[in-house]
Design a protein around this ligand. Structure first.
Ligand SMILES: C[S@@+](CC[C@H](N)C(=O)[O-])C[C@H]1O[C@@H](n2cnc3c(N)ncnc32)[C@H](O)[C@@H]1O
Length: 414
């Protein structure tokens, strides 16, 4: 059944409301979809909702000017006025709905843009509204980097890059590339031979033949850098202490050419089950011993290397999950920070060398955790950008690496 513009606005408003209560975009979308009537395809709705979340703060600002409200329904209407043109094909429909909405608006779109420019004096607020990031993310960045760099980062963060890792446990790079190129245009990474950027594709990434056959795996470049920082080699004994669903573990197996002794630990039984399944599909099942356990207190034999890809706020995942731009869970950072410190302490007791990685833009989960470990901190990988604290690990950023924002450090017991 065809959807109506009014329906699209109501759906978007409902998802925005759910996200404001702390749900991720996908959860919120699925929840609202379950209660909706059957449609031919929800693809347009998903793309619209994704875009509305990505531009939420700007739309909220526009909604308060145009409709005297910053509620979800007004924000969804503002989406239609400012963004529908870039996403919906039926331009006649867009124009007529826009006209109708504008008739009831208190002000014109031009005035909204002029009001936005008036915020320039207050740089943090201006960036927060213009690029739609929670003020806390903006002020954290502004306290560490010059404004023009912050602006580039925020702008780049409103783009999604899909990186694919060629899974050399399943196929060699040339063969995998040929298979991918039959269905997609890809750009090889200039330095990482097994990483390619998906530029365009005939179908959604998960339906590409190479992906369905696990020959190519969607994996963000930041995650790839975390594993490269570990420098896995044949013969290594490696423990992955927060491993599920096993994406980085499988890359460890790949880089060690299936000749390392790898143990993958995770606390969540559900995620451990998923990891067993995924590792098998990726051709890494035979090289990894999977263990369900609490890595804060785990006692085991000594390892050469440990990866700790710690649980976190995920506030660095905004290129893929725009809900973290609205709700970066900053208030949960102290709890995560305490958990990360406990995990890192045990990691350093279990291995000679530890790579600590976290998908967070917040120093409380990155630099502060690494600096408090009482260990020697090495520069993890030459491609990484400096972190917020010179000498304490490195970071990936969307405007530099075309990736998510990770903190990565390699530590060694003093
Ligand atoms: C960021 S995710 C790991 C993603 C994984 N490394 C990958 O690349 O596929 C963090 C993981 O830490 C696990 N976790 C949380 N607390 C833990 C603990 N005390 N011990 C072990 N794992 C824990 C969570 O269940 C979650 O799977």
């Amino acid at each position: 059944m065809k959807w109506t513009p009014g329906e699209l606005i109501s759906f978007t408003a409902k998802v925005l409301y759910e996200i404001s209560k702390g749900l991720t975009l996908d959860y919120a979308f699925q929840k609202v979809k379950r209660g909706w009537r059957e449609l031919d395809s929800f693809k347009v709705f998903y793309d619209v909702v994704f875009d509305a979340v990505r531009h939420y703060y700007f739309l909220q600002f526009a909604a308060s000017k145009m409709f005297g409200s910053s509620g979800a329904k007004a924000v969804a209407k503002a989406w239609f006025i400012f963004r529908a043109d870039s996403l919906l094909y039926n331009k006649d429909m867009v124009n007529s709905v826009r006209k109708r909405l504008l008739k009831r608006a208190l002000t014109k779109p031009d005035h909204v843009m002029a009001a936005l420019e008036e915020l320039r004096e207050d740089r943090a607020r201006y960036f927060s509204v213009k690029y739609s990031y929670h003020p806390n993310i903006v002020s954290t960045l502004l306290s560490h980097f010059p404004p023009d760099e912050v602006e580039k980062l925020l702008e780049a963060g409103n783009h999604t890059w899909i990186w694919l890792r060629i899974n050399t446990l399943k196929a060699d790079v040339d063969k995998a590339l040929r298979q991918l190129e039959a269905e997609a245009e890809v750009e090889p990474h200039p330095k990482i031979p097994f990483a390619v950027l998906l530029k365009s594709a005939k179908r959604p990434v998960q339906y590409l033949e190479a992906v369905r056959r696990f020959v190519a795996v969607p994996q963000d470049l930041a995650s790839i850098y975390a594993v490269l920082s570990l420098r896995p080699e044949p013969g290594d004994r490696i423990i992955d202490l927060a491993a599920a669903p096993g994406m980085k573990t499988s890359l460890i197996a790949q880089l060690a050419e299936g000749r390392a002794k790898i143990v993958a630990v995770d606390l969540s039984a559900k995620r451990v089950a998923r990891m067993r399944h995924l590792l098998k599909n990726l051709g890494a099942g035979d090289f990894v011993e999977v263990v369900r356990g609490d890595s804060r207190v785990l006692k085991t034999r000594k390892f050469d290397k440990a990866l700790l890809d710690a649980p976190c706020t995920s506030s660095g995942a905004f290129t893929k999950e725009p809900a973290v731009k609205i709700y970066p869970r900053v208030e949960e950072a102290p709890r995560y920070s305490a958990l990360q410190k406990a995990l890192l302490k045990n990691a350093l007791a279990l291995a000679e060398e530890v790579v600590y990685a976290v998908c967070s833009i917040l120093p409380q989960e990155g630099e502060e955790v690494a600096a408090s470990a009482g260990a020697e901190v090495e520069k993890p990988h030459p491609d990484l950008a400096p972190s917020y604290t010179p000498g304490v690990g490195g970071r990936t950023f969307p405007h530099i690496h075309r990736s998510e924002a990770f903190f990565i450090a390699r530590l060694r017991k003093r």
